[in-house]
Design a protein around this ligand. Structure first.
Ligand code: ATP
Length: 413
């Protein structure tokens, strides 16, 4: 019974994502393509907000982090040295090991070499370790950060955007002195938890799994999987790995500590976060149903059940929607456009114009997009310069002066 309900939730989320323009099935008009999805307007906004929040916290607000955007296809020697050619495999049903890296031919004819689409962003950072040290002269500990696509030919892609063949990662390689690994492991564990909470992941659904010997990746001495209660079960959301000096050693890289005039091979703590899994966890965390519904306003009909996504305003694809009560009354439309929409759009960017259908329908639509505030311009507005602001979660409405709208919203977010 419980399982039935949970699968139901997954179905509801998938269909909402399509209906409201968050995520579409890849190549859908040709029957789809397993493991590939396309992000639509609002899903992309969510994705950008997540990336921006991550980059701000882990790069911009720090003094010890260096960003990178490396190429997706690297010299195949990188993947030999990293151990991926030999060992990045999943067991097949018939017991045969299957390397999940996507192969591709680079160049033409006899010149062609076989390389791979990167299965993690991490190696792009390791191979730029020396360049980064030479360019910025960082002192230990310091980190490199990268956001970008990764590709894995997963044997069984499934569960919507949870297990895809093309996905996106946000990764940090944090270089430390070996004797300090425990301290920085704990430090990054706290940082990751803090960020998850910041973006609005339901922390009651997050569990830590200390991955036992034998189950860890080939490079790791300790790993924590942050697992999340998805509707299809408790599965990995993000990972935190102590990669030791495995990668730098394999690439024959080292660090010269100029003060102590000694050479060392730094060790690495790696927080690794998948954007797609973050989005899925956020959708699950934010999904809410109000079976009682609310009385549709402005005589728009009966009470009806409503579904809403209670995203934090900082993450929501749309911060507020602006609506003239009636779209065929030029005086309302003009007021809404010039005095409300234009200035809010300029201030917040993520502001939607919504004049489609009756007000009740617009509220339902914005609820499903997760828009925290809906602003309605009605006939009273024309005489008293106030608008109705309706709160997504409580459904409560307030009259607010147009001249105070920006401040009102800023205060709430
Ligand atoms: P899993 O055990 O679920 O296959 P993993 O342990 O192989 O995941 P990592 O190699 O640690 O994953 O990758 C780092 C992060 O990248 C994961 O925590 C996850 O957020 C994300 N990720 C990994 N594989 C996928 C995938 N196929 N689709 C979407 N995101 C993924």
């Amino acid at each position: 019974m419980k399982e039935e309900k949970e699968n139901d939730l997954m179905e509801k989320i998938v269909s909402l994502c399509k209906r409201r323009g968050f995520v579409f099935q890849g190549s859908e008009i040709y029957g789809g393509f397993a493991g590939f999805y396309d992000y639509a307007h609002f899903g992309l906004a969510l994705q950008n907000n997540i990336k921006n929040s991550w980059w701000k916290k882990f790069v911009d607000l720090r003094r010890d982090m260096y960003g990178l955007n490396s190429s997706i296809i690297l010299n195949p020697k990188v993947w030999e040295a990293s151990g991926h050619v030999a060992g990045f495999s999943d067991p097949m049903a018939d017991g045969k090991q299957f390397n999940v890296m996507f192969k591709t031919q680079v160049g033409a004819g006899e010149e062609a070499v076989t390389s791979y689409l990167r299965p993690e962003t991490a190696q792009g950072m390791f191979v730029n370790f020396k360049n980064t040290v030479d360019a910025f002269h960082p002192k230990l500990p310091f980190g490199m950060a990268q956001i970008g696509k990764a590709f894995r030919n997963e044997i069984a892609p499934r569960d919507f955007i949870f297990r895809q063949r093309e996905f996106e990662q946000m990764e940090i390689e944090y270089f430390i002195r070996p004797e300090e690994w425990k301290k920085y492991f704990e430090y990054w564990r706290d940082e990751m938890m803090e960020w998850m909470e910041e973006i609005g992941i339901d922390m009651g659904k997050v569990h830590e799994l200390d991955v036992p010997d034998g189950d860890r990746a080939h490079y790791s001495k300790r790993t924590i999987d942050f697992e999340f209660d998805y509707p299809f079960g408790k599965k990995e959301l993000f990972g935190l790995a102590y990669r030791t000096d495995f990668d730098l050693k394999n690439h024959k890289l080292e660090y010269i500590d100029e003060e102590a005039s000694e050479k060392i091979v730094p060790h690495v703590i790696e927080p690794s976060m998948g954007i797609d899994r973050a989005i899925l966890a956020l959708l699950v965390s934010a999904y809410a149903e109000d079976p009682e519904g609310e009385q549709a306003p402005y005589g728009a009909g009966e009470k009806e059940k409503r579904v809403y996504l209670k995203f934090k305003p900082s993450i929501a694809p749309v911060i507020c929607a602006v609506s003239p009560l009636l779209k065929n009354k030029p005086e309302l439309v003009e007021y809404a456009n010039n005095k409300v929409f234009a200035p809010l759009k300029e201030e917040f960017g993520r502001v939607a114009w919504d004049d489609n259908g009756n007000i009740g329908k617009r509220y339902r639509r914005q609820d499903e997009i997760g828009t925290p505030f809906c602003i309605v311009i009605d006939f009273d507005t024309l005489t008293d310069d106030t608008v109705t602001v309706r709160d997504r979660d409580s459904g409560k409405q307030e009259r607010v002066k147009v001249s105070e709208l920006k401040e009102y919203i800023k205060e709430k977010i």
